[in-house]
Design a binder for this molecule. Sequence first.
Ligand code: B1M
Length: 212
Amino acid sequence: MSLLEEISQFLQQGRAKNVKELVQKAIDEGMDAKTILEEGLLAGMSVIGEKFKNNEVYVPDVLIAARAMNAGTEILKPLLAASGVKAVGKVVIGTVKGDLHDIGKNLVRMMMEGKGLEVIDLGVDVPPEKFINAAKEHNAQIIACSALLTTTMGEMKNVVEAAKVAGIRDKVTIMVGGAPVTDSFCKNIGADIYTPDAASAADEAARVCKAS
Ligand code: B1M
């Protein structure tokens, strides 16, 4: 079994300590962070996702796999962040109200930090007013919302509306993403930018901040 397959297997078993050790080993062997992330960690999480859908594994299994995933990505963080030029800008990020999924949001945060952006992470289950208050307090150029559930993605529209009510809609760019979110959904709710993955979210955020 290859090292990446082993990482994927340990992740599926929720063995965070082993995942950490093997991710470190892969780095030491010169493997690049993106490959470890995509072909080791995300590959394992995708198997868990499929099994979860088919009722072959249950919430506790997914939870410990998610912890193992986070343990692995923490080690990759400095490498994923080790890209290029500093952009001056602030982003407020969070997973929307009612939604507890944070792995994708954490990846987006890490990639944005890698672009030199200051990211204020509000965590999960974030109500619209919390996004707005944080954006005002930190004078952020961007509010970035993540959602993983079809039942919570509608909260993004509430964030857009709350920004209008607070009088900051023209001062802040609202970015949306997460598995069920699409470009047409983004347009329908009046948000500004949809990106399908963490890397493109970071690229777009850096572009917006440089232009402002
Ligand atoms: Co949940 N869950 N979950 N879950 N879970 C999904 C999302 C699901 C698709 C599983 C399934 O049925 N196949 C399904 C949603 C169905 C739907 O609505 N369409 C689901 C469900 C139903 C649920 C519960 C309701 C289950 C239950 O209790 N019966 C429950 C809801 C709890 C809640 O939030 N209120 C629940 C709970 C959980 C756990 C807590 C057990 C755990 C989360 C742990 C954690 O995050 N700390 C969990 C997990 C891990 C998953 C799966 C297996 C993996 C999600 C993940 O982290 N993927 C997931 C199935 C799947 O996706 N295959 C599933 C890896 C991550 C890197 O991808 O987050 O998509 P993702 O992020 C991507 C892009 O989407 C993008 O960038 C990332 C990659 O570069 N992206 C952005 C994300 N945010 C972005 C923001 C941007 C731009 C891009 O701009 C701002």
